[in-house]
Ligand binder design. Structure first.
Ligand code: NAI
Length: 282
């Protein structure tokens, strides 16, 4: 399967990062969002990120300019008719992703691969929204995309071997590491990471230790570069709660019960860095 022309739908935090990763690796990228303002913000984010890489001498100015030049912004989904691989990174709402897949089915030939960057929705359910479900797969990038090495490749039960192999090979061309997981709630990284953060929150809830000490213990005793509560604040406690609810509802296993304190923090609007206050102040 030839993968040369890339489409990225959604120019937010992840879509901008994904478009940049492909463009930096030499791919031509078409980037789409629903408003010119969102596209402009996405392109500005990419410009800032490339400038930072140049300042850190991880990239030359010439290469950064060439990468930026490979990205074309559009508001028109029909422009995606000639794409080989389309990655969607729109809002985490099944109905929105389903509508996009339906539109792409109409616009694109059957060979086009549709990848979703969803962090919690069932890939099998997303694939079922396509007339050609075998072409649908998950490409779960991590934030910030320019820095993070992993792409979790998620196989829906419908995904074909050829599509899986083509996506794994493409990830390698991005200079990133692909690891394949079968479609399952939270995939692997979030299923392991988020319950650990939830358990750290339970330690605070049950007065086992202070937030400062829980984080210090995990840094000093488990060699984690960042404590779990500081990490929860960075990710956003609302996102941590969303993932716990997906795991809890999906597996119907009480071990994934969201911490009552996590719910209270979200109810209070103490969501972490983005609101200036979570387990720590910013
Ligand atoms: P975001 O809110 O920053 O960006 C979403 C973008 O999608 C917005 O610019 C919005 O205007 C656009 N959009 C909405 N509907 C659209 C449509 N019909 N067509 C085109 N564009 C549309 O969200 P973010 O954080 O980039 O997340 C996007 C996806 O990536 C979600 O599925 C999320 O679960 C996933 N994800 C997020 C991570 C993160 O750390 N933020 C990490 C890994 C995955």
């Amino acid at each position: 399967m030839k993968i040369e022309k890339i489409g990225v739908i959604g120019a937010g935090v992840m879509g901008a990062g994904i478009a940049q990763a492909f463009a930096t690796s030499g791919y031509r990228v078409l980037l789409r969002d629903i408003s010119q303002g969102a596209l402009d913000r996405g392109l500005a984010t990419i410009g800032t990120s490339l400038s930072r890489l140049v300042a850190k001498e991880k990239m030359t100015q010439v290469d950064a300019d060439a990468a930026a030049g490979r990205i074309t912004a559009t508001l028109t989904l029909e422009d995606f008719h000639d794409r080989d691989l389309i990655v969607e990174a729109v809002v985490e709402k099944f109905e929105v992703k389903k509508a996009i897949i339906g539109d792409l089915d109409r616009i694109c030939p059957a060979r086009t691969i549709f990848a979703s960057n969803t962090s919690s929705l069932s890939l099998t359910r997303i694939a079922a929204a396509s007339n050609h479900p075998g072409r649908v797969i998950g490409m779960h990038f991590f934030n910030p995309v320019a820095m993070m090495q992993l792409v979790e490749v998620i196989r829906a039960i419908q995904t074909t071997d050829a599509v899986n192999a083509a996506v794994v090979a493409t990830v390698a061309k991005l200079g990133k590491e692909a690891k394949v997981a079968r479609d399952s709630y939270g995939f692997v990284v979030n299923r392991v990471l988020i319950p650990m953060i939830n358990e750290a929150i339970n330690c605070v809830y049950e007065n086992v230790a202070t937030p400062e000490d829980v984080d210090a213990m995990m840094k000093l005793g488990a060699a984690h570069p960042m404590g779990p509560l500081a990490l929860g604040d960075l990710i956003g406690l609302d996102i941590v709660l969303d993932v716990m609810e997906v795991l809890h509802a999906g597996f119907a296993d009480p071990k994934y019960r969201p911490s009552p304190l996590l719910k209270q923090m979200c109810d209070a609007g103490y969501l972490g860095r983005k609101t200036g206050r979570g387990f720590f102040s910013y």
